[in-house]
Design a binder for this molecule. Sequence first.
Ligand code: PLP
Length: 460
Amino acid sequence: MALHQTNNEDALPFDDVYSLPISGRALPKYQVPRGVSDARAVKALIHDELTLDGNASQNLATFCTTWAEPEVHALMDECLDKNMIDKDEYPQTAEIENRCVHMLADLWNSPEGETTLGCSTTGSSEACMLGGLALKWRWRERRRAAGKPTDRPNIVTGPVQVCWEKFARYFDVELRQVPLEEDALGLRAHQLRDYVDENTIGVVAILGVTYTCAYEPVAEFAAELDRIQQETGLDIPIHVDGASGAFVAPFLQPDLVWDFRLPRVASINASGHKYGMAPLGVGWIVWRSADLLPADLVFSVDYLGGDLPTFALNFSRPGGEVVAQYYNLLRLGHEGYKEVHGACAKTAGMLAGKLRDMGPFTVLHDGQEALPAVSWTLTDPRNSPFTLYDLTDHLRRRGWQVPAYPLPADRGDTVIARVLVRHGISYDKVVLLAEDIRKAVEHLSAGPAAHVEEQPGFHH
Ligand SMILES: *Cc1c(COP(=O)(O)O)cnc(C)c1O
């Protein structure tokens, strides 16, 4: 009997994922479907759709983790059901969060690392909100105690990430964003005195400016604010936005003084999911000492029998990222982070060298002394046959995601391109990228005729 002729009642129904009912039509977009579908088919179809996203391993725009060890995947899976807020039900996850806070306080040289306060957040944005709120509360207490008005708080910053614009708008604080000086990669200390006054709740110093990847000189800010205090009596604290840099500087630039070694630094935030190498969804904020976090910002949550202090904007939040952060701290230690970020800095330096050799570019940041990243401009944009937007567009054809963007407001005519090198972006991959940049420059410089010649059979 031929094999295909079967009356066998045990034969399985044909269940190829691409032949099931849900696979034979476009997936629903506007209404929840009536019925149930096959799990494997739904998974396969969503998986296929996600392949249309950019390839994260070629995403050189993001600061965020795009590669993790298998152990991190396993711990994340294990923690799928853990809610960070349920500290009473998951006391060990809460304990692990606390250990991370104290390890980071120590890493950032808090004089009271074992007793100071801090917490995990969804990312640096939430951490910055909490840091900003503590500054605002403390400023208001001082003003009230002095019998002075409290209706016009301001915060002084350089070219900040959008989360500070959000903080200012959501919490009614004037954002005094100091314009970038010609050739500056961030705020400069001498600019501060024209912007701070009695209503300044604090100065934000950025360790790893989003636009240029440079560190702002926190120690110089502190010294300038010391002088301003001597002259005017104003005692203005610093919050360091170390979203990227607070997980880089302690390992690659240990002698750089930017952290709680400076008494004026009141709080520091970092993104665990950037150079902390945890999966997406975790940030950190730590105060220099417990007294700097006003008590009435801390809520006592009486939940399922427990009575626990929390300071956060969210209630429920996943616990896995925090656990994975702890894994990374234990697994890598100082030496491991130094190895990983050091390799990235070396790769960034190589790319910077190749970009310089290509001719049309000026490298702004070469991955040394600050974040392992490269930012560059066109040396002579007016006479260039292409823009950086053309270049990054061209690179996209090979899947490379390299951003090009203008500097903030007053320097908006300067366009920058930027590449972040992180764990998982190998030296070899960046050699390939550099070669593609070289080819793109050649192609874009050749002018329109080159396009025609490239396409045999194309005639006007
Ligand atoms: C990324 C970044 C933020 C925002 O952090 P998220 O973790 O993405 O919320 C804030 N400040 C700086 C300097 C950043 O680089």
